[in-house]
Design a protein around this ligand. Sequence first.
Ligand SMILES: [Zn+2]
Length: 482
Amino acid sequence: MLKFAKIASALLLSGLLITPAAANLSSLPDMGTAAASTLTIEKENEYGDAYMRMMRASQPVISDPLLNEYITALGGKLVANASDVRTSFDFFLIQNRDINAFAFFGGHIGLHTGLFLHARTESELASVVAHEIAHVTQRHLARSMEEQSKRSPATMAAMIGSLMLAIASPEAGIAALQATTAASMQGQINYTRSNEQEADRIGMQTLAKSGFQPSAMPTFFGRLADEYRYVSTPPAMLLTHPLPDSRLSESRQRAQQYPVVTPPNESDYQHARARIVARFAGIDAKAAHDWFDRQLARTNNPHRDALQYGKALVYLDNEQLDKAESILNTLLQREPNNRFYLDAATDLSVHQKAYETAITRLEKALQQAPGNAVLRLNLVYALQAAERYEESISLLNRYTFDHPDDMNGWSMLNTAYGKIGNRAGELAARAELYALRGQWQRAIQEYIQAGRLVEHGSVEQSMYDARIDQLRIAHQRMEALQ
Ligand SMILES: [Zn+2]
């Protein structure tokens, strides 16, 4: 799939930022040692939901279907091997070259694309993800906030508001903290050292149980520490996850207690990594080709196909279609069902205006992998390029039902309705995009307007009305979090 059009910048966040309420320490419940006494899992999930909407509105969250499929699969595999899992998990990527990973309430785990540029193996990336999963399963955030609320005259909600900013963007977060609450709360962003040790220890168990190489954890952290030892501004992850020598040596010792394993096939990781270098690293075509060529020049590099794939993407994005085609044909001969290749090859066909070729190929692939989100979105993309909007709408209605939180579906539905002149449908799809960014008022407004355009008493009108009610409730619930 080609880079999706950025949703208009007018869709910016408003009204969701949680402002600190007046100091209200006396109303806080008496807290025991268990975090559950203050913050229920349900509450955590509500905060997590608000947080995700805020992220979509304020951060460059990547909506690339292939990369999201990859990170969801990796995260899911690790969660399946983690203990004490009480929430669902959600993994997302932020386009940012700074190395960072962070966990929030409700099992939302964000990873910066910069991690992929530095993690040479999938086990290295998995070690970071497993560490963040452990922060969630051990409820470190709730526990540390509970500690903090005992000392600081701020409500949990105020702290969460500041934290939401701080976690994704430490610089902005620190500014917000200083503006809104006592500077002492800055310590709040960081987990305690014992939290970090626990996340390392439990994360490594998960890593090993999932078949990854436990030694990847000290290897990756050690490389980061070496790279940034003498740099005045270390990456965000080292600010929130300091790497004292003691932590590194502990991690090394611990890894030695695990047997050495052959990690699982990491072809998908290497392809996802190549895709990030080609499309999300913020470098130009020449720099990207140089990067791939340098890696390819290494003898015995086992990931040549992934590197070639990366080169094909760069050619494709720069309209050097013949070069892209020749590489992709070779790759597809070797692996006809590889979704990275199918995505690029059908994208290429669309560029060549060979829409039917793309559509046929995707329909065939969907027979092999029914319901696959990547293939479905690619098919919609090809149908829309061929101006077959009605067909794309019926696919998208099913897709948005299955994946209501995916901006891609609503965005493409918005486009398709616009193209066929269905103004009500266009407004309704746009309302969902606003809602996903926490802009409740605007979402409701769009639905009200849509309702005026359809026949009185029609199915559409009652659907819109029902949705308005749901959105009002969601809005109220979110306001109540403050
Ligand atoms: Zn940590």
